[in-house]
Write a protein that binds this ligand. Structure first.
Ligand code: GLU
Length: 512
């Protein structure tokens, strides 16, 4: 096989959303898996829908996700330029070739008149298609004489259409292969003669896309399902130029969280979920947070995106970008639409947090934790605290708050929660026992064993005994592993809390 080259070819009409990012990611993964190159090409032929901030948003998003192009407008290789607006001159030659060979023609139809025709067809419940059946009745270089054509051309008001089917052609069908969908057969008689060149001197998407994929030696075209209807035309263009075709793969839709319908940018607001990798500033007063700003780990976010429409075929779900490269297989991309599940995104984040070395979290967060709770902490045990905490948070930024929360104690809360346990003299005895033992017992395991034995002696259920101790030490009724908390708190804090809690318990029993 010749060199593997894949491209992501977004149109800079707005921010890059997760659908576009997934396309970029899959292209990147396939390219890297096959030792190939990943190229970013900006398809900015549609001047009307151009958004001047979009390219930066696309680039910054890729950069944040570490999906780095080998060639792009800002890191050009030898196939440049990488913005279609800078390749304008290239396309004219190719469209001229098609005209010379009768595979494309000039059309001079008035836009208004075409709209009227469209409406008239709609009224009859039909769709107007500009093609082999009616092109001879419309205003173009096929129906008009050479002289009339020249006059119209001199006026400069024309578009160029592709001649997609010729009456009485041998082949009425085109059959092609898609890596995800298999064999596809299209009736050529139903295709319209798409505009491939506009009178602003710019090609349309179809021509520019095919010409660039050929000139940039793209080996695989991997893109969203919405481009599947254009595939027949693209095949015809390759054939018209007599060029070798790339491999094609059309990715399934990303569906709304409800599973019904395609996810749209507006769904972000509607469901209160992020749809952009990084923040997008819509205008001076309106901006949307991205996954980055919410606090997602890059690897977790990329892993989440990778799984919308793909799976490795095993139970494994957690992958770093590098691991994805090693495992990604185009054959395992699914055909049907895949739901965007934000809860799953948070789960991926949690799983990736667990993978972060405690030591590196310690470097990042221990000062912040100590600033807030060093008076409670057995400072040798900060690692243990971080380990305990990182299992319990969705986002890294919650680490400090959660760590403090785990070690928290509040008398009022303790009083409030006291009514929820079965308080009696024996419970007080048990807590007193713990208070006396904790001072002497150095080994955590022995302490635990002693406490469990005492529960047995006093005939107290494990659930009641543990809840009571937790309440006395943290003022809460459930939470992280209690004996780990006991290990993390310093002795002085344990003592003070127990004394305070015991006092509250005595008072309550006495007043009852
Ligand atoms: N410019 C097209 C887009 O915005 C690219 C489609 C393709 O990859 O061929 O999605």
């Amino acid at each position: 096989m010749s060199k593997v080259r894949l491209r992501f070819a977004p149109s800079p009409t707005g921010p890059l959303h997760i659908g576009g990012l997934r396309t970029a990611l899959y292209n990147y993964l396939i390219a890297k898996r096959l030792d190939g190159s990943f190229i970013l090409r900006i398809e900015d032929t549609d001047q009307k829908r151009f958004n001047k901030n979009a390219e930066k948003h696309i680039l910054d998003s890729l950069l944040w996700c570490k999906i780095l192009p080998d060639e792009s407008p800002i890191s050009p290789g030898k196939f440049g330029p990488y913005r279609q607006s800078e390749r304008k001159e290239i396309y004219k030659n190719y469209v001229d070739k098609l005209i010379d060979q009768g595979k494309a023609y000039y059309a001079f139809d008035d836009v208004e008149e075409l709209n009227l025709l469209r409406k008239a067809h709609e009224k009859k419940g039909e769709t107007f298609i500009y093609n082999w059946e009616n092109r001879k009745d419309l205003k173009n270089s096929i129906s008009l004489s050479d002289k009339e054509t020249k006059v119209n051309l001199d006026n400069g008001n024309y578009v160029i259409r592709f001649n997609s089917f010729q009456e009485k052609s041998e082949n009425e069908f085109i059959v092609f292969h898609d890596e995800i969908r298999g064999e596809i057969k299209v009736d050529l008689k139903l295709l319209d003669d798409k505009i491939i060149f506009k009178n602003d001197g710019m090609p349309t998407y179809h021509l520019a896309n095919v010409v660039d994929d050929h000139l940039m030696e793209i080996s695989h075209v991997v893109r969203g399902e919405e481009w599947l209807p254009s595939l027949a035309l693209h095949h015809l263009l390759y054939e018209a130029f007599n060029w070798e075709k790339p491999i094609f793969a059309h990715l399934p839709l990303i569906l709304k969280p409800t599973g019904k319908g395609k996810l749209s940018k507006r769904d972000g607001e509607k469901f209160g979920i992020p749809v952009y990798p990084i923040e997008w500033q819509e205008n001076k007063n309106l901006s949307y947070l991205g996954f980055r700003e919410i606090g997602f780990e890059i690897d977790a976010f990329v892993n989440f995106i990778s799984m919308i429409g793909w799976n490795p075929g095993t139970e494994d779900e957690i992958f770093s970008l590098k691991e994805l490269v090693n495992n990604f297989d185009i054959k395992r991309i699914i055909k049907s639409g895949a739901k965007y599940d934000y809860e799953k995104a948070k789960w991926f984040n949690l799983e990736h947090l667990k993978r972060i070395e405690t030591e590196s979290l310690k470097v990042e967060f221990s000062n912040l934790i100590l600033d807030r709770i060093d008076n409670f902490l057995n400072t040798n045990k900060i690692n243990k605290l971080i380990e305990l905490t990182k299992e319990r948070i969705n986002f890294k930024n919650d680490l400090v708050d959660e760590a403090c929360h785990i070690l928290d104690y509040d008398s009022n809360k303790m009083k409030e929660n006291l009514s929820k346990i079965n308080l009696n003299e024996d419970i007080i005895k048990l807590i007193n026992f713990f208070k006396n033992t904790v001072g002497n017992e150095i080994e955590l395991n022995n302490l635990k064993e002693d406490y469990f034995n005492e529960m047995k002696n006093l005939n107290i259920k494990v659930g009641d005994g543990m809840k009571s101790l937790r309440l006395c030490l943290t003022s809460q009724l459930n939470g992280a592993d209690l004996f780990t908390i006991i290990d993390i708190l310093n002795k002085k804090t344990i003592n003070t809390r127990l004394e305070n809690s015991l006092k509250i318990m005595y008072d309550k029993i006495r007043n009852n």
